[in-house]
Ligand binder design. Structure first.
Ligand SMILES: Cc1cc2nc3c(=O)[nH]c(=O)nc-3n(C[C@H](O)[C@H](O)[C@H](O)COP(=O)(O)OP(=O)(O)OC[C@H]3O[C@@H](n4cnc5c(N)ncnc54)[C@H](O)[C@@H]3O)c2cc1C
Length: 346
């Protein structure tokens, strides 16, 4: 069957919000190719997630909530995706370029000897059936053009927050088909015993607004309490909690950090943005007391609007910022937060 198939990635039975962006991109591709859009939902809660896929534009869904697929395991998921591709011969398979999305689609593309465009930020279907795409490379410094030729199934993983989800339509009708797993439990080598929740639950990848702090956070004018083991660390931690967090809260955003800030113990590693941290692409990125080293830029360069607050007018971050405020973040951030509270009625 000719269709566009989108894997809806889930965790603990809930879809990743960026999966709906992949479905939105899949719908645009399906409409262009004149073929139906099918969602593939595997694991816990698959039928509930599939119903949401119907509201988000899928015409049909293939679901399997067998116990072997309860949590993601490459062998089980790839074997089933490969079976689906071999049987249904979709024109394209899409997923978000998460660690799992990249792994799963690459494995299935290799198993089916298909073309693959990984981690793309935009794509276009050509009139001959091929697909051209843009891929950010070298930490986003270069945008490369890549293409897969027409024929066979084409696998695409899409950068998070680079595509738009469809407008939800509760009236969307959906045909759900139950499919069987490809492997039995004794054919799957990986066993998942349990998950350990990270101490910090920040989800920077999905955040539309991020307020980040760097080494400059230790310039907090507050006095550290007597007996503090390290006054600079106390000041910076207080600054993250009581200066940056309120700005993030009023904007409905998340708090990020530079590596210098996490290495110094100002905030947990889960908040790190950059080459060795998270790659983010929010609508608004506010960098406070961050110089803008190349390794930090690598993680936030594709933010739609960048605002920099830095006391050094020559800091490299100003070269990439759309708006720059030269001055002390401990004066600017509280003033901006207070003004936003007023304007947003919070
Ligand atoms: C292999 C490798 C991987 C790396 N990966 C990452 C990564 O993933 N992410 C990352 O961020 N870095 C990474 N780094 C580190 C990177 O090179 C920089 O050292 C780091 O980003 C600097 O962090 P910063 O901007 O917070 O600190 P700094 O460069 O020290 O900048 C602090 C800034 O704060 C400003 N400032 C000071 N006081 C105030 C104030 N009161 N108000 C306003 N501004 C003030 C200063 O003017 C300065 O510009 C990596 C490095 C290497 C070698």
């Amino acid at each position: 069957m000719s269709e566009v198939l989108v894997w809806i990635e889930t965790f603990h039975g809930a879809a990743l919000p960026t999966s709906w962006e992949a479905l939105g991109a899949g719908k645009a591709l399906a409409d262009k190719l004149g073929v139906p859009l099918t969602a593939l939902v595997l694991g816990e809660n698959a039928s509930t997630v599939a119903k949401v896929a119907g509201e988000q534009g899928a015409a049909s869904a293939l679901i399997c909530d067998d116990a072997t697929l309860k949590v993601y395991r490459l062998e089980a998921y790839a074997a089933l995706l490969t079976k689906v591709v071999q049987e249904r011969k979709p024109r394209a398979v899409l997923a978000v370029a998460t660690t799992r999305g990249r792994e799963l689609l690459a494995a299935s593309a290799a198993d089916t000897d298909s073309g693959m465009l990984a981690d793309i930020s935009s794509f276009e279907a050509q009139s001959d059936g091929g697909i051209t795409a843009v891929r950010p490379v070298y930490a986003g410094k270069i945008l490369s053009d890549a293409a897969v030729n027409a024929g066979g199934t084409q696998f695409l993983t899409l950068r998070g927050r680079a595509f738009r989800p469809n407008a939800a339509n509760a009236a969307g009708s959906l045909a759900i088909t139950q499919i069987a797993p490809a492997l039995s439990e004794d054919q799957i080598g990986t066993k998942i015993e349990s998950f350990q929740e990270a101490a910090s639950t920040v989800n920077l990848g999905d955040a539309a607004i991020i307020v980040s702090g760097g080494r400059g956070m230790d310039k907090n004018p507050k006095e550290a309490p007597a007996g503090s083991a390290n006054a600079a660390v106390w000041k910076a931690q207080d600054g993250f909690a009581n200066t940056l967090q309120p700005l993030a809260d009023v904007l409905g955003g998340a708090v990020g950090a530079s590596r210098a800030a996490v290495d110094a113990g100002y905030i947990p590693y889960a908040h790190q943005v950059g080459q060795t941290g998270k790659t983010v692409s929010p609508d608004l990125y506010i960098a406070c007391g961050i110089s803008g080293a190349i390794q930090h830029q690598a993680g936030m360069r594709t933010s739609k609007v960048i605002v920099a607050i830095n006391s050094d007018k020559d800091a490299p971050i100003f070269k990439m910022a759309r708006y720059g405020l030269v001055g002390d973040l401990y004066k600017i951030v509280p003033a901006v937060t207070a003004e936003l509270k007023k304007r947003l009625g919070k």
